[in-house]
Design a binder for this molecule. Structure first.
Ligand SMILES: *Cc1c(COP(=O)(O)O)cnc(C)c1O
Length: 469
């Protein structure tokens, strides 16, 4: 007999208390934080769904591995355990540790990009885009068209538009495309997976033109689980086998170990190119550290080595993907519009569709964040016009983002089902009162990345003036 209930495949050995707050306290706390949840002290948050990055719980094996950390400056055993694990799972020859994913990106792109180059991706993550643009190159997103339709259900909404890739290479020529990248899963596109078929086709185009293919591997295990579940021919393969096949079509990878590394810090850059690895190593030494630690402590390398193996466990992945889908299914049943289907690590609420009475100049996503916090102490993140929009310095006009989303990211192995049931209940309450939720005006901001520090105030009294502006 197989039972339907999928339980958390772990028990809890260490607990971290959650401080409960009242609605009145949260109203004051949010006002003091300028209605920006980034500015809230974490202790005043009940359920923290700001990000799944570095927020996961380590296992007993990872904590045990910390004690094995070899803190030798050069040639530490921890490095060899880490690098051997990465080689075994991903199959690349050179492995450079880095303190986070973005450090690996900076080293890669500052080595291969020159001004005028174009780097295509299904969708660039914001640090990837910023590191490419910092070299004077262009970061181009070419997802399949369905990726931009929140309510369209597609099993592999993270796929790259292969025809668009071919057209780009045709248009700019191979000299201006230093590499092609695929982000698995597509974080900025809703945590949606990329199919093995798409990886193969993109790889074939790259190989035909002599271009290297890199994988942004942050959530590779979640992506490979989706392949196993949804793509014909993979149901009998282990996630480790699927990963090995997927990476065999690529020439290198960057990864933030804060996601599917199940660690709180760390990342790496991997490549099969001997000459490139030498150049990258020089930059690594310049800004990160000696190549056998790359800005990490030996114990961090140990935690990542163990985490990369644990993340391949099918019981863990089944629980992970099913529990994210559980939140998405309940939001959908309430009537909350979300990006469909639910992705691997987060649920993305379409705030523009949920709060159509709030003009985009008053940030429906930010308004929903504020309401979730005041109602239930839940912290999420806006992925809309606060994050990607801009105020024109001359005219004061707002340039808006393509979508107004609110992301509820689920930390790995941290919250139980009753925490998630609480989130569902709070959202149901917010949904029932949605017509009375008001927008927010920006009262202070600083570019770039204004969403981290911007301050807001309720738009109530100034609604009409602000709309007409
Ligand atoms: C988090 C993330 C990165 C950057 O990693 P950091 O460790 O935060 O520097 C790059 N790409 C994707 C898809 C990510 O989710």
């Amino acid at each position: 007999m197989t039972y339907r209930t999928i339980i958390e495949p772990f028990r809890i050995k260490t607990v971290e208390p959650i401080k409960m707050t009242t609605r009145a306290q949260r109203e004051r706390l949010l006002e003091a934080a300028g209605y920006n949840p980034f500015l809230l002290p974490a202790r005043d948050v009940i359920i923290d769904l700001l990000t799944d990055s570095g927020t996961g719980a380590m296992s007993a094996e990872q904590w045990a591995a910390l004690m094995r950390g070899d803190e030798s400056y050069a040639g530490a055993q921890s490095y060899y355990r880490f690098a051997d694990t990465v080689r075994e799972i991903f199959g690349f020859t050179h492995v450079l540790p880095a303190h986070q994913g973005r450090a690996a990106e900076r080293i890669l792109f500052s080595t291969v990009c020159k001004p005028g180059d174009v780097v295509p991706n299904n969708t660039h993550f914001d640090t990837t885009r910023a590191n490419i643009e910092a070299t004077g190159a262009e970061a181009l997103d070419i997802p399949i068209p369905q990726a931009l339709e929140p309510s369209t259900v597609h099993p592999f909404k993270g796929d790259m538009d292969v025809a668009a890739l071919e057209a780009l290479i045709e248009r700019v020529g191979t000299e201006r495309v230093p590499l092609v990248m695929l982000t698995i899963t597509n974080n900025s596109g809703g945590g949606q997976p990329v199919s093995m078929e798409n990886v193969k086709r993109v790889s074939a185009v790259c190989r035909a033109h002599g271009l290297p293919l890199y994988i942004d591997a942050c959530r590779f295990a979640e992506n490979c689980w989706f392949i196993r579940e949804r793509e014909a021919g993979h149901a009998e393969h282990s996630v480790a086998q699927i990963a090995r096949e997927l990476f065999s079509y690529a020439d290198g990878a960057t990864m933030s170990a804060k996601k599917d590394g199940l660690a709180n810090i760390g990342g790496f850059l991997a490549t099969n190119d001997d000459a490139l690895a030498k150049q990258e190593e020089r930059l690594l030494i310049l800004t990160e550290g000696f190549p056998t630690y790359g800005g990490l402590a030996g114990r961090d390398l140990e935690a990542i080595a163990v985490g990369l193996r644990e993340v391949l466990d099918h019981d863990y992945l089944r629980y992970r993907i099913v529990s994210t889908a559980y939140l998405g299914r309940h939001f959908t049943e309430i009537g909350v519009p979300i990006v469909q289907p639910p992705g691997g690590h987060a649920i993305y609420v379409d705030a523009a569709a949920l709060l159509p009475h709030i003009p985009r100049s008053q940030f429906p996503g930010q308004a929903l964040l504020a309401e979730l916090y005041v109602a239930g102490g839940i912290r999420a993140v806006e992925i809309g016009s606060v994050m990607f929009g801009k105020t024109d310095e001359q005219t004061g006009e707002e340039r808006f983002a393509p979508m107004e989303l609110v992301r509820l990211a689920i930390p790995r192995r941290v919250y139980t089902q009753s925490h998630i049931d609480y989130v569902i209940e709070v959202m149901a309450d917010v949904y029932a009162r949605r017509d009375s939720i008001h927008g927010l005006n920006i009262v202070w901001q600083s570019q770039p990345l204004r969403h981290f520090t911007a301050r807001f105030e309720p738009a109530r009294a100034r609604t009409h003036a602000a709309v007409r502006r």
